[in-house]
Design a binder for this molecule. Structure first.
Ligand SMILES: NC(=O)c1ccc[n+]([C@@H]2O[C@H](COP(=O)([O-])OP(=O)(O)OC[C@H]3O[C@@H](n4cnc5c(N)ncnc54)[C@H](O)[C@@H]3O)[C@@H](O)[C@H]2O)c1
Ligand SMILES: [Zn+2]
Length: 369
């Protein structure tokens, strides 16, 4: 098992990464010395696969877990579901010393974390992420929350978990499309922070796609280290943390205008990152050859690298970028790359350039690794 530390003073916590470590959940919880009552929040896909093992581990450690299962999918990130979960916590008489285990992907993690942050003004919570995206991204860093009709993640909190437990064995049941979507965030860490990781991905992609435990362990751990380091330096996103949004300005807009659901988040940000790389060639000195490597890696990972956007939808996309909550004073700012492994936030990019990149269209179909 590998351990990565997120250093945030009194709110520091470990990320445990390894194969078949879900059975150790109860033991790690016991170290926190909480009360006996706790709740596992999971979804309808994940609960039948892993809730039994998680509950058994908690019982072995002396806890009394209640199981709360929500429908799978983004719709569960709602205030209605927060209320539903809190009602169930109250029914099971969870108290100040009780804790919540988020067992599932980013949807469950964001929802359960916000429930834990709100119930009784905050009880402890732990993350047991079961998707690649949640293991390398959403479970680390303490952003929790739900969606409003007006947009994604508009209600939430910064609320750190007490530990994160990434059982790599759970990734074996993850549908291929979801696994690939997680790879989009993995590749992002290479582009924004670590050229050696990017090269490793170029080399080991086939082994990663076959979910080789050794490669997975090394790659997930490295991504968690990078996220932990960025969060340590800027927990509440006043500066550096913005680099994690590479590819997300266009990606989020694409998700919004195509009516959440057409693209998985990872697919939308794959397109967004390739577009950001092309903008970077023009605006921040990224060598064209490196933009080419970026595009190729996404395609090899089976992710889309571009969409052809009609002029009418281009305006809708640009409008959606202006509405993004990360926009200040209506100005669209991009995280752009100087080289693979080095990016800078806060680049203003003129709308016609964005339009040109979007109009450049589909370079190729995803091809096998
Ligand atoms: N808090 C953050 O910092 C942060 C960062 C990135 C994304 N997010 C959020 O994360 C969410 C997306 O997370 P996600 O991609 O994990 O999606 P998800 O939670 O919807 O999971 C994807 C699908 O896989 C299923 N699943 C999960 N684990 C499985 C397993 N081991 N085996 C089989 N099926 C499994 C789920 O039931 C679901 O159907 C979005 O809501 C996004 O806003 C949050
Ligand atoms: Zn993302």
């Amino acid at each position: 098992m590998r351990t990565v530390k997120v250093l945030l003073g009194s709110r520091s916590y470990p990320i445990y990464i390894g194969e078949k470590i879900l059975s150790g959940l109860g033991g790690h919880c016991a170290q926190l010395q909480p009360g006996r009552r706790c709740a596992i929040i999971s979804d309808r896909h994940v609960a039948p696969l892993y809730a039994k093992a998680a509950a058994a581990s908690l019982r072995r450690a002396g806890f009394e877990p209640a199981l709360i299962v929500v429908p799978a999918g983004e719709k569960s990130k709602s205030l209605r579901m927060v209320q539903n979960c809190c009602d169930q916590l109250a029914r099971h008489r969870l108290e100040r010393k009780s804790f919540v285990v988020a067992l599932g992907g980013g949807v469950v993690g964001d929802l359960a974390g916000f429930v834990a942050a709100s119930y009784l003004r905050g009880i402890a919570f732990v993350q047991a992420p079961t998707t690649l995206l949640s293991q390398v991204d959403s479970s680390v860093g303490g952003k929790v929350g739900v969606n409003l009709a007006a947009g994604k993640n508009l209600v939430g909190a910064f609320y750190q978990p007490r530990f994160v437990l990434c059982d790599l064995a759970t990734l074996r049941t993850l549908p291929l499309r979801e696994f690939r979507a997680g790879l989009a965030e993995v590749i992002k860490y290479g582009i924004i922070y670590d050229a050696a990781l990017f090269m490793r991905l170029e080399r080991d992609l086939p082994r990663l796609l076959s979910r080789d435990p050794e490669v997975l362990a090394a790659v997930v751990a490295r991504c968690c280290e990078i996220k932990a380091e960025v969060v340590r330096q800027d927990e509440t996103e006043t500066g550096l943390r913005a680099i994690l949004n590479f590819g997300h300005t266009i990606g989020h807009a694409l998700e919004a205008v195509s009516g959440y659901g057409r693209y998985l988040h990872g697919e939308a940000i794959a397109i967004g990152q390739v577009a950001a790389a092309r903008l970077s060639v023009r605006a921040s000195g990224l060598p064209a050859q490196e933009a080419g490597r970026i595009e190729k890696l996404f395609l090899r990972a089976g992710l889309p690298a571009a969409v052809k956007v009609s002029p009418r939808r281009q305006s809708a996309l640009i409008e959606a970028m202006r509405l993004d909550k990360k926009v200040s004073d209506g100005e669209i700012k991009f995280v752009l790359a100087r080289r693979i492994g080095q990016v800078e936030p806060g680049h203003k990019v003129a709308a016609p350039w964005i339009q040109q990149v979007l109009a450049a269209g589909v370079p190729a179909q995803p091809h096998p690794a």
